[in-house]
Design a protein. Sequence first.
Length: 225
Amino acid sequence: MQRLVTAGQMQELDRRATAEHEIPGLTLMENAGRAVVEFTENHVGKLAGTQPLVVCGKGNNGGDGFVVARHLHNRSVGVTVHLLAPRHKIRGDALINLEIIERMKLNIRQAKPDELDFSGSDLLVDAMLGTGLEGAVREPYLTAIRAVNAAAKPALIGAAGKPVLAIDIPSGLDANTGAILGECVRATRTATFALPKVGFTRGRGTEMTGTVTVVDIGVPRELLQ
């Protein structure tokens, strides 16, 4: 049976991977984004001809989303990035990956959350909030989460909603308790990093994560054990 980790334990794994094994955080982020795209190819379906939309926050979860967008673009997929935070608030490894996709001239939009346009997209990628979320979801993420869920829900009986892929954890889900922190993305699938989170099996976790698949981001096996 695969071990479950809390948000704090996952943060400690990341810290030890960097401190003890000298794996840069930028490398872990790169591995995470690439693994999500490979997972999408293998489990969601062919990417050719699709129009994914990646909704990104300002933290490392958003940084993972920028890497996802780059690898989708490199596969000739017409990807769009919705950046929810002001650009000047992006920092660290996330900023490095944002600058890369800017230089690549990807389609990056910075619309207000109530102006998010999902009409031309056939796959929504949730890269807004990660496992470190504490307290109730605030704006602009509150409105953005509601917009993603509305786009995922069929407008008519018998119609198909847009599938939602959550990166690591559905935005708004407590990684420890499975509680919904005000609002939460209802994912079709969740590609989680290294190990599944405790909250996936508690509270409303199972309801919000959809099908969970663990993807390898290069955390040393000795640490995972």
